[in-house]
Write a protein that binds this ligand. Structure first.
Ligand SMILES: [Zn+2]
Length: 237
């Protein structure tokens, strides 16, 4: 292949590589996965909080039940004493009765609290069961998104790798001074600076080139530049 034509091919490869690298940075599937990952983490945190609450309620139930046992035992003991007939003093009886009533109130309050907690635990267990199912589904969906994102990344990386290999091959074939010329030119232009001429038009700025350029373009070793955009012209078809 002709040197200039190879130079143009090199430029096109570099453009394609740059485009794919940009694509790699902004992959929709990757940002979708990252978004979902955040959502799932927030959801898991919510499930964990609910579970912690449940476990602390269950602990409180166990604690309150022990308390209830103690109060009940104490109450039974006092009642036994109250109705035993042992105590004769009216004042002492009154005081004991007061104590029994007070303990009985504590017992009722404790029973109410336990009942309330048990109902709450029952409700929360049902809620958590639902949340756990949802969590499983969300995690599975996240895994799918991850697989898709990884697939996209790998595909692009492979494509870039392939293009870079092609680029290396071309670089080995192109004369060093011509390459240097290209690097210099591309420093001043944004994007392409090698123009493939097609049907007498500049491939970059699309201007119609004078017919005298045709012969110049076909002269070996001659570098011809577009008068309009300054790019290096390469004879196309
Ligand atoms: Zn031009």
């Amino acid at each position: 292949m002709e040197q200039l034509k190879m130079l143009w091919e090199l430029q096109e490869l570099e453009q394609e590589i740059a485009q794919k690298e940009e694509e790699l940075q902004g992959l929709d599937s990757v940002s979708e996965y990252k978004r979902k990952k955040k959502d799932v983490a927030a959801f898991q945190e919510q499930v964990k909080l609910k579970k912690d609450e449940l476990s602390s309620d269950k602990k409180e139930i166990r604690r309150r039940e022990l308390e209830l046992q103690q109060i009940t035992a104490e109450l039974n003991k006092l009642r036994e004493k109250l109705y035993s007939g042992e105590i004769r003093s009216a004042k002492e009886l009154e005081s004991l009765e007061k104590k029994v009533n007070s303990l009985n109130n504590d017992k009722t309050a404790l029973e109410d609290r336990i009942l309330l907690l048990m109902e709450k635990v029952e409700g929360d267990e049902a809620v958590i069961e639902g949340l756990e199912k949802e969590e499983q589904e969300e995690t599975a969906a996240l895994q799918q998104l991850k697989a898709r994102a990884q697939q996209d990344v790998h595909r692009l990386q492979k494509e870039i790798e392939q293009l870079k290999m092609e680029m290396e091959e071309l670089l080995a074939k192109i004369d060093a001074d011509l390459l240097e010329k290209y690097r210099q030119l591309s420093r001043y232009t944004q994007g392409r600076c090698i123009s493939l001429v097609k049907k007498g038009f500049c491939g970059i700025c699309n201007v119609s080139l004078p017919s005298s350029f045709r012969a110049l373009l076909l002269t070996p070793g001659k570098l011809v530049y577009c008068e309009s955009c300054g790019s290096l012209l390469v004879a196309g078809d």
